[in-house]
Design a protein around this ligand. Sequence first.
Ligand SMILES: NC(=O)c1ccc[n+]([C@@H]2O[C@H](COP(=O)([O-])OP(=O)(O)OC[C@H]3O[C@@H](n4cnc5c(N)ncnc54)[C@H](OP(=O)(O)O)[C@@H]3O)[C@@H](O)[C@H]2O)c1
Length: 240
Amino acid sequence: MARHYANQGATLGLVARRGEVLQTLSAELATECASYALDVRDDDALEKAAQDFMARFGVPDIVIANAGVSRGTLTEHKEDVAAFKAVMEINVLGMVHTFQPFIAAMRQAGKGSLVGIASVAGIRGLPGAGAYSASKAAAISYLESLRVEMAPSGVHVTTIAPGYIRTPMTAVNTYKMPFLMDADVAAAMFAKAIENRRRFVVIPWQMGWMAWFMRLVPAFAWDWAMKKAPHKPRLDWDWL
Ligand SMILES: NC(=O)c1ccc[n+]([C@@H]2O[C@H](COP(=O)([O-])OP(=O)(O)OC[C@H]3O[C@@H](n4cnc5c(N)ncnc54)[C@H](OP(=O)(O)O)[C@@H]3O)[C@@H](O)[C@H]2O)c1
């Protein structure tokens, strides 16, 4: 997404924990770019970054809460409890921390878009991915609340629920991923949805149909369909 918006000449503020990755990316982008190496669990750090960005470049047109983590989790394993906490904190509270410092200024400007990256995994509970599915379901509901709250201000909220995208997050998956997209293709679709001020969009559209069907399936049929579903690898938890 950074590359997509940089190619359009946008001024960017980038956030991730790995400062060196941000440095390398910023150097590649032919646009003005501010980088903030921080953890989205740290609301004070995000507030400082947002104040710095707005002091230098003004109120942003678009704020995208995209930071997210995914690992397989099973409730029966004691060591996965920490993983549940981290996934919920990063994927849900990280989104709140990302938007919060911009809202007063965007409300005053009376325009702009807040964009949250959810997932099709948030539509129904996926076995072996309880933390991730729960975090994305929470993100979808949170973003819907925010959308209604912000509507009178002129600030729009877009929820994007992607299917599978070829990124480091999915590189560990050993199972078949239907409608897998390249990141640049997905980014262009995300940007179009943001530009068109979509409220909720599943990307790609084929996954949209799948999500629609997933919502309709009764619990007993879902249980049957998921009985043999592949699980996301649990891996190690060093990344916490
Ligand atoms: N790939 C897919 O198929 C897919 C499908 C549906 C939804 N999504 C969602 O799309 C978003 C991006 O995923 P991706 O596929 O690009 O995953 P990724 O390749 O693993 O990238 C995740 C990004 O989030 C950043 N991040 C993770 N934890 C963070 C934290 N605590 N603080 C700050 N930054 C953090 C990472 O940078 P650092 O590690 O340097 O912090 C990295 O830039 C996520 O919300 C994911 O859930 C992805």
